[in-house]
Design a protein around this ligand. Structure first.
Ligand SMILES: *[C@@H]1O[C@H](CO)[C@@H](O)[C@H](O)[C@H]1NC(C)=O
Length: 117
């Protein structure tokens, strides 16, 4: 093997390493939002118990109380809210619709749960 071909081979390896690094960077560069869940029930309403799957139960005691949580995995994340005599389950994060947004807001109101970015 000549010195030249050794030189070429080492450059090919360096190039492959660069490409793999770029691909890895691109994959980890997906922007994952901060989820915000707010108690917007009437002021006299009971507290809201919120639980994102795998996370501790959070109590939103008062009107306007806000829970913030950063999505860390690019996969569907479920969430449960319990208030007065209701239990609501929904997908707090769905990569197909929510990835790339900075903040994903959820408002728990007396007439339903509303979503906005
Ligand atoms: C989520 O991440 C952003 C950006 O890093 C940070 O500013 C924010 O405080 C984080 N939120 C929580 C609830 O940790």
């Amino acid at each position: 093997m000549t010195d030249l071909s050794l030189f070429a081979i080492s450059h090919i390896f360096a190039l492959i390493f660069c490409l793999v690094s770029i691909i890895t960077l691109a994959e980890t560069d997906i922007k994952l939002p901060e989820i915000q869940i707010q108690n917007v029930l009437s002021e006299s309403a009971a507290p809201v118990k919120v639980q994102i799957t795998g996370e501790p139960v959070i109590l939103l005691k008062c009107y306007n109380d806000l829970y913030k949580w950063n999505v860390t995995r690019n996969e569907i994340i479920y969430n449960t809210a319990i208030f007065s005599h209701y239990t609501a389950n929904w997908q707090a994060f769905d990569p197909s619709s929510d990835a790339g947004h900075a903040i994903s807001f959820w408002w728990i109101t007396t007439s339903g749960i509303f979503h906005s970015f």
